[in-house]
Design a protein around this ligand. Sequence first.
Ligand SMILES: Nc1nc2c(ncn2[C@@H]2O[C@H](COP(=O)(O)OP(=O)(O)OP(=O)(O)O)[C@@H](O)[C@H]2O)c(=O)[nH]1
Ligand SMILES: [Mg+2]
Length: 226
Amino acid sequence: MTIKVPLGTLVVDAETGEVLADLTGEGQRVLVARGGRGGRGNARFATATHRAPRFAQPGTPGDVHTLRLDLKLIADAGLVGLPNAGKSSMLAAFSAARPKIAAYPFTTLTPNLGVVNIPSRGGFVVADIPGLIEGAAQGAGLGIRFLRHIERTRLLVHVVDISDGADDPARAVETIEQELRAYNPALLSLPRILAANKSDLPHAAGLARLAAGCAGRICPWSSSRR
Ligand SMILES: Nc1nc2c(ncn2[C@@H]2O[C@H](COP(=O)(O)OP(=O)(O)OP(=O)(O)O)[C@@H](O)[C@H]2O)c(=O)[nH]1
Ligand SMILES: [Mg+2]
């Protein structure tokens, strides 16, 4: 029996926790449980002189395993940030993905993927995940379970709302980095770009605060095409 799974599925032995396969390639197949040897029915034993034998040979049972399938999406870059920072808007601005966007926190409930096409250099995949809040590692908000989807990325884009109505952006950066660290410190060794978002709105104070804390990593951005 063949079970189709999405790219990025890890096959884990549920009892030992051993990773049996990591299906990251298109069309990749793995045999996780070998079937038993088939039996032979009585017709197989028929001969010219013994045409209706009353015996048969039963088959043997196949392997039995309890497996867990974990999906870790495959993306080149991951978007992280507080709820409402504009992660999904950014994905919509530079890919054909059409994630739900709205002016309230936790609009995104499950990760979205988008492909960014750069005609001369091919494309790359960006993952937009639900917003993180302080205490996410302890389960606050939607928690940190979605962070596994950005563990495979090569780079993180940290989206920060710098508009004057938003919370202190330098503090926002700290909060997110702390949650990333609590989930897996290796995430902080990925290159991280700070996208100072909503720069179409008044933002002088917010940008100054961000620049004071995180100079050199900032990239002003606006997803609004107004
Ligand atoms: N003015 C302005 N508004 C923006 C910009 N980017 C996003 N927004 C608005 O900010 C709000 C939140 O945007 P989303 O893209 O849903 O934010 P998100 O970070 O994906 O939020 P969650 O999914 O809840 O974590 C929406 O009302 C957007 O229209 C921007 O560059 N400028
Ligand atoms: Mg979103």
